[in-house]
Design a protein around this ligand. Structure first.
Ligand SMILES: Nc1nc2c(ncn2[C@@H]2O[C@H](COP(=O)(O)OP(=O)(O)O)[C@@H](O)[C@H]2O)c(=O)[nH]1
Ligand SMILES: [Mg+2]
Length: 461
């Protein structure tokens, strides 16, 4: 089993026994002294990638051989074989936001929810292309063994690279041209400033980056490639800085204790989708999981959570009554989680209430219930932020950080028009660590954040 939270393969017993020491839980930074077999030269990386590719192919053929899968091209007669959905899907009500009211998305979700959820992901065959080599190199540089690399990891890195592709292309060449000319003159500073601001980096982080870069280039003149490497270091430092205040660097659910993760954020940010993806990732990584549907203000919202529950094979605690108190659902969720001894309870919350005071009161009430009913639980409060909103998203974030004691951010929609630089603004302006990033609507399109991988996807060719 591959534990995504730890980024390592482990047997179920290992997962039980192992308590990670601080040294073990810092995979974000690449090993400064790579192990002896780690590649250094370009052709060594290529060989590493080839080995990884061969291993993945071999593992796939071994998995498929004993029990051949039914042909995905001939859909089964759904009227007969597919069991009735457990969920009673009610029509979206008046007053729900436009994207829900149209319900196209919901319809698609409803249809696909009863099918095998991984069909889309399985459909794409893995090919040994530029993207594969790039992804393999990113893993190799972090000291990974070619034997352990999984297809899911490669696919994720490809996705991330693709998502940040537009920003990378507009940043890298221009930056190289500017920083390769020695100390930055006034024009150069203005050009870099414009580039970074266009990428949503925000003024504070931009100033910080320019100052650090300026200092370095005054000390010594660097060729463009090295100047970019230094720039990457600065950016990683910004992204990792908020982690200094937290004790769980990997953000993996703790064993032997109930973990409760509250997901907050405005409507449409991606809370519910993120919950579905997190539940899937937790189940796949060996953690038992439960979802509490505490966005009770819209009937459709609860149904949407249930669909994600089915997709990820996770039970959803919901209250079917009208005008249900979200705190009551959270209470029920905790009771169920405690009696079943699950590892992780994911709580969906409402994104928009009439005003800021309402929102604050509601979130505070949920938090009180959690603290009272589960005083020993490990509670995290995650803000889900739509990366395509850039600086506007950050203003919303400010409101939530006043309303809830936030412990981290989930950045979503990095696959779309997002510029990516907003990650730096989050770290610099909110001083919150980014915990997970979403880059797509599929169930596997969310992974723990790694500053190393993010910066490579943003600035490496
Ligand atoms: N492209 C893309 N769409 C996403 C991502 N995460 C969520 N979405 C979409 O954003 C919309 C709102 O998501 P939802 O989870 O309902 O947001 P909520 O109101 O915060 O619960 C849905 O159409 C999702 O499919 C992502 O990472 N990438
Ligand atoms: Mg929702």
């Amino acid at each position: 089993m591959f534990n995504w939270f730890r980024r390592q393969k482990e047997t179920p017993t290992q997962a039980e026994e192992q308590t990670p020491t601080p040294e073990q839980v810092t995979p974000e930074t690449p090993a400064s002294e790579p192990e002896s077999e780690a590649p250094k030269e370009p052709d060594e990386y290529l060989n590493w990638a080839k080995t990884a590719f061969k291993n993945i192919q071999q593992r796939k053929s071994e998995e498929i051989a004993p029990t051949p899968q039914p042909e995905a091209t001939t859909p089964p007669d759904t009227s007969e074989t597919v069991p009735e959905p457990v969920v009673q899907v009610s029509e979206p009500e008046e007053g729900v936001p436009a994207w829900m009211r149209k319900s196209d998305r919901l319809d698609i979700l409803k249809e696909t929810a009863t099918e095998t959820p991984t069909i889309e992901e399985e459909a794409k065959p893995l090919s040994f292309d530029d993207d594969f080599v790039w992804s393999a190199q990113v893993l190799a540089k972090q000291g990974r063994a070619a034997e352990d690399v999984t297809e899911a990891e490669i696919n994720w890195l490809k996705r991330l690279r693709e998502g940040l592709g537009k920003t990378r292309r507009s940043l890298v060449n221009q930056l190289k041209a500017i920083v390769g000319q020695g100390p930055l003159n006034e024009d150069a500073v203005m050009e870099i400033e414009a580039l970074l601001l266009q990428a949503d980096v925000g003024i504070e982080a931009t100033d910080y980056i320019i100052e650090a870069l300026q200092g370095k280039l005054r000390e010594e003149s660097l060729p463009p490639e090295q100047a970019i490497e230094y720039l990457k270091e600065i950016i990683r430092e910004i992204l990792d800085r908020p982690l200094k205040n937290v004790d769980n660097i990997t953000f993996e659910p703790e064993k032997e204790v109930l973990n409760i993760w509250l997901l907050t954020g405005v409507n449409g940010a991606g809370k519910t989708t993120t919950i579905g993806k997190l539940a899937h990732m937790a189940n796949q990584s060996g953690y038992s999981c439960l979802i509490a549907a505490a966005d009770t203000f819209r009937a459709a919202a609860v149904e949407q959570v249930k669909i994600w529950g089915e997709r990820s094979g996770t039970e959803v605690i919901a209250n079917p009554g009208k005008n249900t108190d979200p705190a009551a659902v959270v209470f029920d969720g905790i009771s169920a989680a405690q009696s079943r001894q699950v590892d992780l309870l994911l709580v969906d919350t409402a994104g928009r209430l009439q005003n800021k005071k309402n929102l604050m009161d509601e979130l505070a009430k949920i938090r009180r219930i959690v603290d009272k009913k589960a005083p020993n639980a490990k509670v995290e409060s995650l803000l889900v932020l739509d990366a395509t909103l850039g600086q506007n998203g950050l203003r919303q974030a400010q409101v939530f950080s006043e309303a809830a004691k936030l412990s981290g951010v989930v950045l979503t929609k990095l696959d779309g028009t997002a510029k990516g630089g907003v990650a730096l603004a989050v770290a610099q302006q909110l001083n919150l660590p980014i915990r997970f990033i979403g880059a797509g609507e599929g169930i596997e399109d969310l992974r723990p954040f790694s500053s190393y991988e993010f910066v490579e996807a943003l600035l490496n060719g």
